[in-house]
Design a protein around this ligand. Structure first.
Ligand code: FIX
Ligand code: ZN
Length: 421
């Protein structure tokens, strides 16, 4: 069992990583690992530093401040800190030396392409879905210029500015040649759809996605609801693409922390049920930030087959909550969901995020198969291999494709004698 969960390649369906062709946008190496925003917010709990002093530092100085505060002056026991150590350990580095300069020296000898291959191979991540935004000035020029894609990197079209800040976004669209006005006239909607079509094709989007504040409600006469009903959802239907919603984030709770300053609050799950039931021909993906929303979401997914739950997002990506959520999802939904995505922003993080999650998912599954065995039902190795493949990408691919081809136990290859639960 452990071997199957450890060795099955995953499709990481939500990350903030980039195809290596995006150059500097693909972050990797010890300094980027240390300045991850999860660690920045933990660092500020220990620093004796003003915000602006920290932000004025170079990346290397910030990394050093975090290293000293969270690894040297305190034991690195939080999930994000432990993640750094798991990553280094899996790369074969000796963490007990506590030697940041030596770690930097080791990373300096790598080339980005070789390192990408090495990390993906070690983490057993087969495909990575990027989060691609036409509104991101850093990545847009690369899309506009075109490049040879690395097939391991797929795309999701991120549309937060369109749905959360239409007034400013209408100006950008107009600048890019789309005939739109701030009012949502029929002509404007036609042009928003043209924009979505152009970008869906340009990046070969596998799904569209948005993160939503906790106060999202539906039905509603808001601009946001109107944009969803008249532009986004019809577009998704036309292209057969799921619409991923990530509710519960409160952006900028502490703006001084920049990217590390976002918070969480409960969302209204009933609103999502209303939206999904009103659009039975659309496919929806949901991962919610609030722990309190997870149970209601599981029950909702039992009611709507056009809803696929995925991942333990951000603050829920901790061992305690991954265990709780995976167990609850399995008990209520069987195997019809995708338990995890990494949300990695730095390539190296694939190592810890997947190794920590695989272990927990493996433990939950082991317990469930043992419960089955108590009834006299013997799960075969091929059946277990099938189930894990489906959880690690098969279910998601099938949901996106709308095809009924799942990984079947007969196509699973592991021999019976090769492992035991
Ligand atoms: O909105 C998102 O996709 C979030 O995952 C990010 O914005 C967030 O900053 C993050 O990195 C969470 O893991
Ligand atoms: Zn994300």
């Amino acid at each position: 069992m452990d071997r199957v969960v450890t060795n099955t390649p995953v499709y990481d369906i939500h990350t903030h990583l980039y195809d290596p062709a995006f150059g500097e946008l693909l972050l990797w190496g010890i300094d980027d690992v240390l300045v991850y925003h999860y660690l920045v917010s933990e660092g500020f709990r220990q620093f004796d530093l003003e915000y602006d002093v920290f932000w004025a530092m170079s990346k290397e100085q910030q990394a050093e401040a975090i290293w000293n505060a969270l690894f040297i002056e305190n034991s690195p026991i939080s999930e994000a800190c432990r993640g750094v150590l798991t990553t280094l350990n899996l790369l074969g580095l000796d963490v007990k030396k506590r030697d940041l300069p030596a770690l930097r020296k080791w990373f300096a000898d790598w080339d980005k392409d070789k390192y990408t291959n090495r990390v993906m191979e070690l983490a057993k991540v087969g495909s990575i879905c990027m989060t691609n935004s036409p509104f991101d000035e850093m990545e847009k020029p690369t899309w506009d210029a075109g490049f040879n894609r690395d097939e391991r990197f797929t795309s999701a079209l991120r549309i937060d500015p369109l749905l959360l800040d239409w007034t400013n976004t209408s100006r950008s669209l107009a600048e890019w040649g789309y005939d739109v006005r701030p009012d949502l006239s029929e002509k404007t909607i036609t042009n928003i759809r043209r924009f979505l079509e152009d970008w869906t094709k340009k990046i070969d989007a596998k799904y569209l996605m948005v993160s939503l504040p906790p106060d999202f409600n539906y039905p509603c006469s808001s601009e946001r609801a109107r944009l969803m009903e008249t532009a986004v959802l019809p577009h998704c239907r036309e292209f057969g693409l799921p619409f991923a919603m990530m509710p519960g984030v409160k952006r900028g709770v502490n703006p001084q922390l920049k990217l590390a300053g976002d918070g969480v609050a409960k969302s209204c799950v009933e609103s999502f049920a209303n939206l999904i039931s009103a659009h039975p021909d659309n496919k929806f993906l949901i991962t919610a930030l609030s722990r309190e929303n997870q149970y209601e979401l599981c029950v909702m997914a039992r009611k709507f087959r056009n809803l696929h739950l995925f991942g333990c997002w951000w603050f829920t990506n901790t061992p305690y909550l991954i265990n709780e959520m995976t167990r609850m999802r399995i008990e209520l939904l069987g195997l019809s969901f995708t338990p995890q995505h990494s949300d990695a922003r730095v390539l190296d993080q694939l190592l810890y995020k997947w190794s920590h999650s695989r272990k927990i998912i493996g433990n939950v599954l082991t317990k469930k198969y043992l419960d089955l065995m108590e009834t006299g039902w013997d799960p075969t190795p091929a059946e277990i291999e099938r189930d894990v493949k489906n959880l690690f990408g098969g279910n998601f691919r099938r949901f996106c494709d709308g095809s009924s081809t799942s990984v079947t136990s007969s196509s699973a290859s592991m021999k019976e004698e090769e492992f035991a639960i």
